[in-house]
Design a binder for this molecule. Sequence first.
Ligand SMILES: Cc1cc2nc3c(=O)[nH]c(=O)nc-3n(C[C@H](O)[C@H](O)[C@H](O)COP(=O)(O)O)c2cc1C
Length: 171
Amino acid sequence: MDFYDAIKKRKSVRKYKSDPIPEEVLDRILEAGRIAPSAKNIQPWRFIVIKDPEIKKKVAEASRGQLWMADADVILVGCILEKIAWGHMGGYMNSGPVDLAIALDHMILAAANEGLGTCWIGAFVEQDVKNILQVPEDVRVMALTPIGYPAEEPKDRGRKAPKEIISYDKY
Ligand SMILES: Cc1cc2nc3c(=O)[nH]c(=O)nc-3n(C[C@H](O)[C@H](O)[C@H](O)COP(=O)(O)O)c2cc1C
């Protein structure tokens, strides 16, 4: 698929078929995240691939009851190793969330390229997800996404016009 077509094709999918994702397809998606850039190349991330139906259901419940997530073949959970991430981005910020977002977005776009659906999930109770997945105390859960074959064609949700968000030479 053309690179720009894959970017345009990606939309949040909230209905999934139970069809399994071939292992080599999932591996390509995970690899797209593994090779993503990160501040100082620290790679302060860990990805948990959930395939077990019971665990998927529990995590979906912990995601503020978004139970449709569990219908997807896989739920991917993105974690940040905050302590080892670069602490001085822009002179004030821990790079962990940015590093993780880049890697996860690589995976999400790779999934779109493979004809798979995803949906960035930010509505979850972190401590509940940590308990279910035995995530260590000092590791943060930042985002989740189901990955699976879409059972819906999501509509275009629209975006702000370029002139609202882009300026040249000054703010
Ligand atoms: C940080 C973040 C958190 C989000 N959390 C949720 C969520 O918990 N549940 C959900 O259904 N969609 C969630 N979304 C998806 C957005 O609603 C969606 O990306 C946006 O409406 C644009 O639609 P599109 O992805 O189809 O282009 C989230 C997206 C982002 C980037």
